[in-house]
Unconditional design. Structure first.
Length: 325
């Protein structure tokens, strides 16, 4: 006699086990997809620096109908007379400077950019964590870099789940509207421009903090934490992305700040730093001089030379502050 109830019970248990196995496998698949998305992070879709790219990301395909670089069909050709042999042989720098450049490059191991700075100054005639820590420790006004924000939002659009992708696309569209306003600034009056920026700002904040995808596993762990982290970022520091709207002259990106400290990173990498307090103090002072002179369009070499000249003669050192006149 076949026990139907026993068979049904056994099949029910097997069904529960299979459902649990499928749920576990689906969870593992989502984790693997998320890990793959993380591995695909590069300088184009995250805040990672270009130097961290193991394989450089492919360049975007040219837009349909866009012109290629170089000579265009129908443009008149221009021909130049060849330089005399003595000019070609002498080169741009003539003999002694050419030899000096070769010495700097192959004996001193200086990069071409360092040599260019040397020629200009000496021979010329003319959501980074430390930022947030600084913001917490001091009552400071700060502008977070929107360019880095855009790369972090683009990463959301590469995640495997459609909800996070949709959230990223909505937020990216709102940011694009902000830059449309910025790029068409000439079409606005000063007042209407600020009003348009404020309207675009509110659209971004709304897109960032509403309809946020969320899904918890059986242990209460958030499975869509990247979208949740982005929303938390805007809840805590959203206003800091739009400081540039009010004070004049504030850049919406931190490109200038990164360029200002890039030479310090290079110096630390090449020289391996210093070994004493005096060495660190010297680096701090000289780095301040270099960065300030760069921002002011002054020759750092000329300033250092004047400072050494004044020190040897016990005279007042030159000032890094620009004259009010």
């Amino acid at each position: 006699m076949i026990d139907k109830d026993a068979i049904i019970e056994r099949l029910t248990q097997e069904n529960r086990q299979l459902r649990a196995t499928v749920a576990l496998l689906n969870s593992q698949v989502e984790e693997i997809r998320e890990q793959i998305a993380k591995l695909k992070k590069n300088s184009r879709n995250s805040s990672k620096p270009p130097s961290s790219d193991i394989v450089k990301p492919p360049k975007p395909e040219p837009k349909e109908g866009g012109r290629k670089q170089g000579d265009q069909v129908g443009h008149p050709k221009i021909h130049y007379m060849a330089f005399p042999d003595e000019v070609v042989n002498a080169g741009f720098f003539m003999e002694r400077i050419t030899a000096l450049v070769a010495y700097l490059k192959y004996v001193c191991h200086a990069s071409f950019s360092s040599i260019r700075k040397f020629i200009r100054d000496v021979l010329g005639c003319d959501y980074f964590s430390s930022y947030r820590s600084y913001l917490q420790r001091f009552d400071a006004t700060i502008q977070f870099c929107i360019a880095h924000l855009i790369r972090d939002i683009r990463f959301l659009t590469t995640l495997p789940d459609p909800e996070s992708q949709g959230y990223g696309h909505r937020l990216l569209d709102a940011v694009r509207e902000l830059f449309k306003v910025i790029h068409h600034r000439e079409a606005f009056s000063a007042r209407s421009f600020r009003e348009a920026l404020e309207s675009a700002k509110q659209q971004i904040l709304h897109a960032a903090t509403t309809e946020i995808p969320s899904c918890l596993d059986k242990d209460g762990k958030e499975l869509k934490r990247h979208a949740q982290n982005m929303a938390d970022r805007f809840r805590k520091h959203g206003e800091a992305y739009f400081t540039f709207i009010t004070p004049p002259g504030v850049d919406p990106t931190n490109n200038s700040a990164e360029q200002a400290i890039r030479f310090i990173v290079i110096d630390r990498l090449v020289t391996q730093g210093t070994r004493s307090l005096e060495g660190r103090t010297t680096c701090e002072r000289l780095w301040t001089v270099i960065a300030t002179c760069q921002l002011q369009g002054r020759s750092a070499f000329d300033f250092i030379l004047k400072a050494v000249h004044a020190y040897y003669r016990r005279q007042p050192c030159p000032s890094l502050l620009l004259s009010p006149t």
